[in-house]
Design a protein around this ligand. Structure first.
Ligand SMILES: NC(=O)c1ccc[n+]([C@@H]2O[C@H](COP(=O)([O-])OP(=O)(O)OC[C@H]3O[C@@H](n4cnc5c(N)ncnc54)[C@H](OP(=O)(O)O)[C@@H]3O)[C@@H](O)[C@H]2O)c1
Length: 240
């Protein structure tokens, strides 16, 4: 199995890499994308004990903003990482990279640049990766798009965080469009829970280990009938 994880330098993305390498996944290769490989010291340590299975590849979703250039560039960089000399083929993508810049913001503090940037990373960023790798996805490939319950329209009872909420709601819709188009792959949006990372903070309910272990259980059990749906980290379904 060949899997790609974005935003793998820290937090939930790094924990996905740890567990994918440690678990019995039949993992042949793991591509971990980070903004700056030279600073990804924890991943480098993981790579050194991965029996050449972990490949660290540069991907900044904010600067690689031309979809076509990005597609060509990402595939070239993956090949240059030593993953594969022949045609690339992925069995899984975990679109995890994300930003939360407007916690607690209200209409008075609403910042249009923050709104644009949030969409650029959280929504378009995930789709730059999918567009780049669409042709490399094997039949039956599985995709986890890491969204947030904050992107749920029906769960929004406290408002605020206009940019983050909207960017994740748009990600949810785009995933549903993709699931309708690519019937031969299974692509879902999944909320990781409130997780102790730089984004989630120390008071969050879940350790990354717990959140990721449960999300990987969902990943393992994904079936075609799940495609386009919105899951919680524990596998229960969430309201749109
Ligand atoms: N933690 C929570 O409670 C929680 C709850 C709901 C949803 N989520 C979602 O879970 C995902 C992971 O969150 P996290 O808690 O692990 O956050 P985190 O600790 O803040 O890590 C975010 C990751 O995204 C990467 N990233 C940020 N901007 C990027 C860019 N321009 N290009 C490429 N990568 C970029 C970061 O790279 P650098 O290390 O280089 O900055 C980092 O690896 C996000 O999509 C988030 O929205 C988290």
């Amino acid at each position: 199995m060949k899997i790609l994880v974005t935003g793998a330098n820290r937090g939930i993305g790094l924990e996905f890499c740890r567990q994918l390498l440690a678990q019995e996944f039949g993992l042949q290769s793991l591509v971990a994308t980070v903004r700056d490989p030279s600073k990804a010291t924890e991943l480098q340590t993981l790579a050194s004990s991965s029996q050449n299975r972990l490949h660290i590849v540069a991907l900044d979703l904010a600067t690689d903003d031309n979809a076509r250039t990005n597609a060509a560039g990402l595939i070239d960089r993956i090949k240059a990482s030593g993953l594969s000399a022949g045609p690339l083929s992925f069995d899984g993508i975990i679109n995890n990279a994300g930003i939360y810049l407007d916690e607690g913001d209200s209409i008075s503090s609403f910042d249009f640049d923050v709104f644009r940037k949030s969409f650029e990373i959280n929504t378009l960023g995930a789709f730059k990766v999918l567009k780049a790798l669409d042709s490399t996805l094997a039949r039956g490939a599985r995709i986890l798009q890491i969204t947030s319950l904050m992107g749920s329209l029906s769960d929004n009872r406290s408002g605020g965080s206009y940019a983050y909420r909207s960017s994740k709601a748009a990600l949810n819709m785009m995933n549903l469009c993709y699931a309708q188009e690519r019937k031969d792959v299974t692509s879902v949006v999944i909320h990781p829970g409130w997780v102790q990372t730089d984004m989630g903070g120390r008071n969050a309910q879940l350790a990354p280990e717990e959140s990721v272990a449960q999300m990987l259980r969902v990943f393992r059990n994904l079936k075609p009938s799940h495609s386009g749906r919105f899951f919680n980290y524990d596998g229960s379904e969430l309201p749109w």
